[in-house]
Design a protein around this ligand. Structure first.
Ligand SMILES: [Zn+2]
Ligand SMILES: [Zn+2]
Length: 396
């Protein structure tokens, strides 16, 4: 076996207890998006204990360089997100959230502790690789405009400029011990839609004297689905969902207005812009034709996430060397969003998934739920795998 690979495996297992201890500390002390001040301090302190200097960015983020031999030869970036969610944790575990109403329910504590472990391994082995590893500890993945977009604006991908970036995310549908990859389009852009349909309210028995916004809103909702089925290229995945309709009338009261909220997801930036413009035109046109009016507002979210095919193929091959062929799986397209997508539109990227499911232990709950947890055995190989992927990329 490649001696560097076995060295990394050995180190990853050797520091596993420490990695889990860090994950539990972060899990017990979660902070919301853009408020990761204590998390930043903790990560900085851990890095300093390894002899690594961290530079602050995006208020609560950090950037760290680990230089190997010939540091300017090639740079690869590794990213971990650090924020938690406004969820009340229901797990009764020793590391339960001590910050009421805030919970690491998306595994960002896992990503952060795993990247700290990766840093420790790479720092020990810095005479064994050429180039530089740039670590990005990023705030606010969960909240628009996304910490990634701010990190990029503040220069995270410059000086030095990485040739590629890797990110990992826990996967609750993949057993611990397995890793998932996908080349090309992987996750969707996410835009929030806020539509107000204005009419003229009145008595439910006299609709002729009113402009009924409920009926207008109903037409708009049905017609908009046809933008997906009739205007979109059928080879591109896209989703339109309205999850909230509010028309505060009564059985016999036609309200003045109806508010609708939804989400639009796409895997192509041209279609994303085109779809939104068609929706606005259709909503306004239908409302006007029916005697009312519509205001169509969009809160722009993250772009779609594209994994560079060549980099992803190389990383998958390296993961097979580290994990064994039977433990590396292919992923399906997933219509959720992730702000790592911003990086993927600037630099070759590979976002892969770390299995954390364990049915025998009852660890089956999805991310963003109050009883989400992980099989911590994933933290035995997670840090080593990322170190091996980084070194494999630098050595090509
Ligand atoms: Zn999340
Ligand atoms: Zn997440």
């Amino acid at each position: 076996m490649n001696s560097l690979l076995s060295q990394i495996k050995h180190l990853s297992h050797q520091i596993a207890a420490k990695t889990i201890e860090r994950r539990r500390h972060l899990h017990a002390h979660p902070e919301l998006s853009f408020q990761e001040f204590e998390t930043q301090k903790f990560v900085k302190k851990e890095l300093e204990a390894m002899g690594l200097q961290a530079q602050e960015i995006a208020d609560t983020g950090l950037i760290v360089l680990i230089e190997g031999k010939n540091p300017t030869k090639k740079v690869v970036a590794l990213r971990a997100d650090m924020d938690a969610l406004p969820i009340i944790e229901t797990n009764e575990v020793p590391y339960k959230s001590q910050n009421p109403g805030v919970m690491h329910a998306c595994g960002h504590d896992v990503h952060t502790s795993s990247l700290l472990g990766t840093a420790q391994i790479l720092n020990e082995l810095k005479n064994e690789f050429e180039g530089t590893v740039k670590l990005l500890f990023q705030p606010a993945e969960e909240k628009a405009p996304g910490g990634a977009s701010i990190m990029i604006k503040q220069g995270a991908l410059e000086n030095p400029k990485p040739a590629g970036i890797l990110g990992q995310h826990v996967a609750t549908n993949i057993p611990a011990g397995k890793i998932g990859f996908r080349e090309g389009m992987y996750m969707a852009s996410t835009d929030e839609l806020y539509l107000t349909v204005k009419g003229k309210g009145g008595h439910g028995a006299m609709p002729d004297l009113c402009v009924d916004p409920i009926v207008i809103a109903s037409h708009i909702i049905v017609a908009m689905q046809q933008i997906i089925s009739r205007n979109k290229n059928p080879r591109l995945p896209s989703v339109l969902t309205f999850g909230k309709i509010e028309g505060l009338g009564a059985t016999n009261v036609i309200p003045n207005e109806v508010k609708i909220q939804g989400t639009f997801r796409a895997m192509d930036e041209d279609w994303r812009a085109d779809g939104l413009s068609k929706m606005k035109k259709l909503a306004e046109g239908i409302a006007e034709a029916m005697g009312g009016s519509a205001i169509f507002d969009v809160l722009k979210g993250y772009p779609f996430l594209q994994n560079d095919p060549a980099l992803t193929r190389r990383m998958k091959a390296a993961a097979i060397e580290f994990m064994g062929e039977e433990n590396v799986i292919d992923l399906d397209i997933w219509m959720a969003g992730e702000d790592f997508a911003f990086y993927t539109h600037h630099v070759d990227a590979c976002f892969y998934r770390l299995g954390i499911r364990n049915e025998a232990k009852g660890i089956v709950n999805g991310v963003h739920t109050p009883n989400f947890d992980i099989d911590e055995s994933a933290l035995h190989h997670g840090p080593g795998l990322m170190a091996w992927l980084a070194i494999s990329d630098l050595n090509t």
